[in-house]
Design a protein around this ligand. Sequence first.
Ligand code: PLP
Length: 406
Amino acid sequence: MLKFATARDAVLELRPDAPVYCFRPEVLAGDARRFMAAFPGETAYAVKTNGEPMVLKTLAEAGVTTFDVASPGEFAAVRDVAPDAHMLYMHPVKAQSDIRLALEKYHIRVLALDHEDEVAKILRIVHALDLDPSSITLFVRIQTKGSAAYELSKKFGAAPAHAVELLQRCARIGFKVGICFHVGSQIEDPETYNRAIISADWVRSRAGVDLAGLDVGGGFPATYGRDPRRKKVELPDLETIMARLRSDLHEWGFSDLPLVAEPGRVMVARAFSLIVRVLLRKGRRLYINDGIWSSLSDSWTGKITLPARFLPDPARRNRHGDPDSIGAFRVCGATCDSVDILSRPFWLPETVDTGDWIEIGHIGAYSMALRTRFNGFYSDDFVEVTTPFDAGGAAESFASLETMAD
Ligand SMILES: *Cc1c(COP(=O)(O)O)cnc(C)c1O
């Protein structure tokens, strides 16, 4: 992989016409260590966030020993780069054949569920393979309510009374049992974890079974950009959220249990930026060579303002407008699909024009993992960049990044 100090250096040398992902392994390792230092339990990286081999390998080298996986593709991806890693199969709804693969080939011994039919599926395989149920831990996923960019309890999770029954059923069979939840992605209110912990306490007290663990899921927010026209949302930093989580866990009597967290976004967002090119400027619109069917769908559905840095093409002679004036540009994606327009503008200097580049920061989560081959476009070019996105900004970093806007 080619290596550059900054994305600007990469642009000047490569003049890329297709999108280029800038990987920052040191930022990734640092953010992983930061999370592990702050969380008082086992950190299981959620592979779906970004399952690139370079990501999994860097995390394993940084000391991540546990991975939250959901499919045969993810089992294999983890096994390939980290053969000794511990995998947690936390998808509540699984194919029978995938359960067999997990237990038989990958020796996965921790699974999640939110329905009795799932217990039956798992039990069938446990019997077929002649496994001892007490070697397996089943986490019952409970519903949560909260405020996040993505709400997931509409799709998964047992209501509290149902979760009580499921825990009792699994324990009666001889499985070890735990409680898990996932509050949704990019939480907007740190109180969200407390509400989930209160539900977990209610379920535990009614179930009357010994718990082998509590898994608090993911949802920890990453830093993104800010739209200067909108009210500033004060999100506490990770350490503050963790201090609050630790005190909630203590207050509700969970701090002596083995704890698990499944961070995705917060761990990998800052590890990548993306260089895109302006294919055309048409008034206040920029047509770029990436979009919602490639790396930008998460920002579209999550209505996330991405930090964007202007990387002007030095070959352009004529520029119009005031370079010190920052304005909002509507961003249109590469495909011919009419919905391929970002839901949030990029904030850039008025001089941005056809042929210039933009470095989109903090794009490591739910970006390349969600890219499609729609319309024949598929970005797969990577370079390594050594300077963190946030540190790469001289005066010309016209980002709408929170820390830079202040
Ligand atoms: C997606 C997912 C995660 C990771 O969520 P983030 O918001 O990216 O931290 C964790 N656990 C489960 C069960 C998930 O589905």
